[in-house]
Design a protein around this ligand. Structure first.
Ligand code: TRP
Length: 493
């Protein structure tokens, strides 16, 4: 990535505490928009793109799910991302304080602070399982490097994966290591190292994905894979699929919980929020689609099951690396880069909780990091065990009405439940509140001032954030609760 912008390693005002609060990261600023875009891309691109997107696409049947996901990115994700960055830059605090302060500024209730609160909790819950999955990726690094997968067939690769997730001790060890890595960076203040990691490692990850695309083209099933991804078959989509596509749009862009708000709070005043949001969304979507275009040809070439669940990339990619030239090298590098991508994301998941707890309890960044790290670690055990000891302990929740059955959750383990609760409920709810606040309650002068876009684009953004995004989120929610089918059946009666 070439940059013509000033040196980007240090935020311009770092180490300059503000007058009215403890020295904290809040007043630091990114040195340019490029740095913000890099950091936000680092947050956005992660396990969500490479691990989660392919497996949920497989679970929900392919093309139709992908199309809905893309529509959600464009019509909900990008406008809400602009709103979230904008609120962050105007508030320049942790999400809770930002929301309270903005609400006060425009004469609304301090209860808006609850939005920040929900974000702090969502980030916390997401990190608890994110760290466990990142641990899987870490566990694959030595496996790859030692050539375990060379020449293995699908069956044997499956066994390697099942052995890994079947061992709570191993999972706990990697989960611990990943969290220590994350909390170390967080404890030292977010920027600096992070920026460098994103500048060099992200492009490398991208190059590796392109290499894998060439491999996928050689499997003889590339066209089948593409058609699975891009040929929508709406008969396959369920209400849960629609909800998940929307939830994933929030998850993958890191929206709805204050992460992007915190990053936006470091954004210098004179940079274009719209361009930054577009750039981040574009790169994020590109990486996800590339991942899908790699995974599905491998799936079909080896007669695997697209709906294999969270293990999908761990069962497919090793097959590719096991067969290709220099596969040991590329495979090792790939999983290292995946861990890095997860790392830059996990930092942003916990950052809202850190800035908030530092301020609320008047504790140092280090103390806040240690305490949060321990709590996240404990919470993560739920996910660890849901793949082995407690894998049979599941819950389902089904609403049956005269008009049909609405499956909200089916055979969900603790991990499934946490994922569902955060991605499908908390993030869209947070996003909805952000859209309503930015679109309806914030004074137009403020938002126009912050966004600095032409009248035309401001009008478009306004429509999206006031009407389109909130209405879509609400309809998808109502749909998932069975209300839409209920109304439809009444109308046709
Ligand atoms: N977007 C990241 C991914 O796709 C995960 C993530 C980081 C996230 N920060 C977030 C998700 C904040 C929701 C909210 O892997």
């Amino acid at each position: 990535m070439s940059d013509s912008v000033p040196p980007v390693t240090e935020p311009s005002a770092s180490g300059e505490p503000s007058a009215n609060q403890k020295p904290s990261a809040n007043r630091e600023q990114w040195s340019s928009r490029l740095v913000f875009v890099l950091a936000a891309t680092g947050s956005a691109v992660g396990l969500g793109n490479i691990w989660k997107f392919p497996y949920i696409t497989g679970e929900f049947g392919g093309g139709a799910f992908v199309l809905i996901y893309l529509i959600c990115i464009a019509s909900i994700g990008i406008p809400i991302m602009m709103a979230e960055i904008m609120l962050g830059r105007r508030g320049r605090q942790d999400p809770v304080t930002t929301m309270k302060r903005l609400a006060k500024e425009s004469g609304h209730s301090r209860a808006w602070g609850l939005l920040g609160w929900m974000g702090v909790i969502a980030g916390f819950l997401i990190l608890s399982y994110y760290s466990v999955i990142a641990g899987w990726a870490m566990a694959y690094v030595p496996q790859m490097a030692s050539g375990t997968f060379t020449g293995l067939d699908a069956q044997a690769v499956n066994t390697v994966f099942s052995t890994l997730v079947g061992s709570p001790e191993t999972l706990i060890a990697w989960h611990s290591l990943f969290l220590i890595m994350t909390m170390t960076v967080v404890a030292r203040g977010v920027r600096g190292g992070l920026e460098k990691a994103v500048t060099y490692l992200m492009p490398m990850l991208f190059v590796l994905l392109v290499i894998l695309i060439f491999y996928a083209m050689g499997t003889g099933h590339f066209a089948v894979g593409l058609s699975y991804l891009f040929n929508p078959d709406f008969s396959k989509i369920t209400t849960e699929g629609v909800l998940s596509a929307m939830g994933h749009a929030f998850f993958t862009l890191s929206l709805g919980m204050g992460a992007i708000m915190v990053y936006g709070s470091y954004l210098p005043d004179n940079t274009s929020i719209a361009k930054a949001a577009f750039a981040v969304a574009f790169m994020d979507t590109l990486v996800a689609l590339l991942a899908g275009m790699i995974i599905f040809p491998i799936v079909f070439a080896n007669s695997l099951e697209p709906g294999a669940g969270p293990g999908l990339i761990f069962k497919t990619l090793p097959l590719a690396f096991g067969q290709m030239n220099y596969g040991t090298f590329f495979g090792t590098l790939f999983f290292i880069l995946l861990v890095f991508a997860a790392w830059t994301s996990s930092i942003s998941l916990i950052e809202p909780a850190i800035t908030w707890s530092m301020k609320t309890f008047q504790i140092s960044r280090i103390k806040a990091s240690v305490i949060s790290g321990i709590l996240v670690w404990l919470m993560g055990l739920l996910t660890v065990f849901s793949f082995n000891i407690t894998s049979d302990f599941t819950i389902s929740s089904i609403i049956s009405t005269r008009y049909g059955e609405f499956v909200i959750l089916k055979d969900a383990t603790a991990f499934d439940f946490l994922d569902y609760l955060t991605s499908n409920i908390m993030l869209p709810l947070g996003g909805l509140m952000i859209a309503i606040y930015a679109g309806w309650l914030m004074k137009k002068d403020y938002s126009r001032d912050e966004l600095e876009i032409s009248r035309f684009w401001y009008a478009i953004w306004s429509i999206l954030v006031r009407y389109v995004a909130p209405v879509m989120v609400i309809i998808v929610f109502l749909n998932a609760m069975g209300v839409v089918a209920f109304v439809r059946s009444i109308m046709s009666a």
